[in-house]
Design a protein around this ligand. Structure first.
Ligand SMILES: [Mg+2]
Length: 232
């Protein structure tokens, strides 16, 4: 039934959101000396969402959003030394070791014998390429697409370019907003990883979409069983 299986990368194959949670903690520590109300500092998420239209997704956008919020909340009094700390935080995030979820390599070994695999990931191009390279997983994928956003139009373009019938395509990922909803809108299939940590911005309600072609599993090691169940 399926001709291709596609995987998301961040928080699907390897951990990612944990880095951002840690980054937000470091941001709070750096700004702790400026007497700023805690709730205001938590607005870094809001700034990041607002900035997606300018910078897209990823660490660079997060870094610029932290700096922008720090300038605003300190009334332009943020010390250059503290801006340097924020930049160092971003560099640490960009070079952090890639930590894969348990069972990823085994799953890809098994599933790649049965289907061609595609990786579809969004974020900073350079960072995504580095993580994929470092993961040692690149050989499992027949196609890699690093995109700036995951809209139905972006998926449609990818499927057309690879001459894939949406009804024979399944996307696996941790984000309802990015990996499930846009794919279902095209008439393709999706498997959602419900227990993987996900940025709140990526949680969209499924309510108004037909869920016939949607399955939910807790973690990545259960994906092959879910695909086989759909085939039967
Ligand atoms: Mg993801």
């Amino acid at each position: 039934m399926f001709d291709w299986i596609a995987f998301d990368a961040d928080d699907t194959l390897w951990k990612n959101e944990e880095e951002y949670l840690h980054g937000r903690q470091v941001f709070l520590q750096i700004l702790a000396d400026y007497n700023i109300n805690q709730d205001a500092l938590e607005r870094v998420d809001e700034f990041e969402v607002e900035n997606i239209q300018y910078y897209g997704y990823g660490v660079m956008s997060f870094a610029l959003s932290m700096i922008e919020l720090a300038i605003e909340l300190t009334g332009e009094r943020i010390h250059p030394g503290d801006i340097r700390k924020l930049l160092n935080l971003a560099k640490a995030m960009l070079t952090a070791e890639v930590e894969m979820f348990d069972g990823v390599r085994q799953l890809l070994e098994e599933i790649s014998k049965k289907y061609p695999l595609m990786l579809i990931t969004k974020g900073d191009l350079f960072h995504q390429q580095r993580k994929l390279e470092e993961s040692g997983l690149v050989g499992f994928f027949q196609a890699v697409e690093v995109v700036s956003d995951k809209t139905p139009e972006v998926y449609r373009e990818i499927l057309e370019r690879h001459k894939i019938d949406p009804q024979r395509f399944i996307m696996v990922g941790n984000s309802l907003r990015s990996d499930v909803i846009p794919v279902l809108k095209l008439g393709a299939w999706a498997i959602y990883l419900s227990d993987h940590l996900t940025w709140s911005h990526e949680d969209d309600p499924l309510a108004e979409i037909s869920q016939d072609r949607y399955r939910e599993v807790k973690e990545i090691s259960q994906v092959l069983n879910a695909v086989e169940a759909l085939e039967n």
